[in-house]
Design a protein around this ligand. Structure first.
Ligand code: HEM
Ligand code: HEM
Length: 178
């Protein structure tokens, strides 16, 4: 049931599975940029791509769940603008969990490499589709700074609510009573 004091188990489980995996895959993506083929760039890229594709599946389930359940209420009364900002950031983050894998897949498929999850090829290799590769690459790369800003605001807002306003925002997302 949706109320101020508790969140449903699917909401909590889907938030942490997608959120923590997203942060991990995001960090791997940035780390890949520092690597060369000699220092394992392509092995890390393979893990990045496989985990990224898996995130797409969980993220789609999460969006269906959110549409079914409706948006979660704030843990304590907040100004209208704050509620709107928090919800806009949730929307950006949720969009990012599908836009990043889809644009990554577009880059890979457009590059003629198809797509696989830890060796299981679910899109076959094929001809290069340059526009698809370029579009995917642009979305994947240009989203990075927007996502960092949204994540900083999201996490800082959650910590402020938990520690300053003491309204149990993070405890509630951990399934604990405030
Ligand atoms: C350590 C990092 C994180 C913390 C501490 C955190 C904390 C929270 C908290 C406390 C809420 C509930 C907000 C409320 O009560 O109004 C929430 C909701 C949400 N978070 Fe996070 N979050 C983190 C990472 C992420 C990441 C990486 C994403 C997505 C990429 C994400 C996406 C969302 C979304 C979409 C919601 C809205 C509720 C839902 O639909 O599940 N969070 N987060
Ligand atoms: C939630 C999923 C994903 C996230 C958060 C993510 C994030 C990132 C980030 C932050 C970078 C570094 C970008 C930069 O430094 O400008 C990156 C690079 C890359 N990602 Fe992803 N990614 C995801 C999924 C995927 C998927 C599914 C694929 C392909 C199947 C993929 C393929 C790539 C490739 C090929 C690069 C290197 C791009 C280049 O040549 O610079 N990513 N990703």
């Amino acid at each position: 049931m949706l109320n101020k004091h508790s969140l449903s188990i699917p909401t909590i489980a889907l938030h942490w599975i997608t959120g923590l995996a997203f942060i991990g895959v995001f960090a791997l993506g940035l780390y890949m940029g520092e690597l060369t083929p000699e220092t394992g760039k392509f092995q890390i890229m393979g893990i990045h791509k496989s985990l990224g594709a898996l995130i797409l599946i969980v993220a789609l389930i999460r969006i269906v769940w959110r549409l079914k359940e409706g948006s979660i209420p704030p843990a304590s009364p907040v100004a209208v603008w704050q509620d709107k900002l928090a919800k806009a950031i949730h929307g950006i983050l949720m969009l990012a969990t599908i836009a990043m894998p889809i644009s990554g897949l577009a880059m890979s498929v457009g590059g003629g490499r198809g797509a696989d999850i830890f060796g299981w090829q679910f899109i076959a290799e094929g001809d290069k589709i340059v526009w698809l590769q370029e579009l995917g690459g642009s979305i994947h790369g240009l989203s990075v700074n927007i996502i960092i800003a949204a994540l900083v605001l999201h996490i800082a807002g959650a910590i402020k609510h938990q520690l300053v306003e003491k309204d149990g925002t993070i405890s509630r997302m951990l399934g604990r009573a405030s």
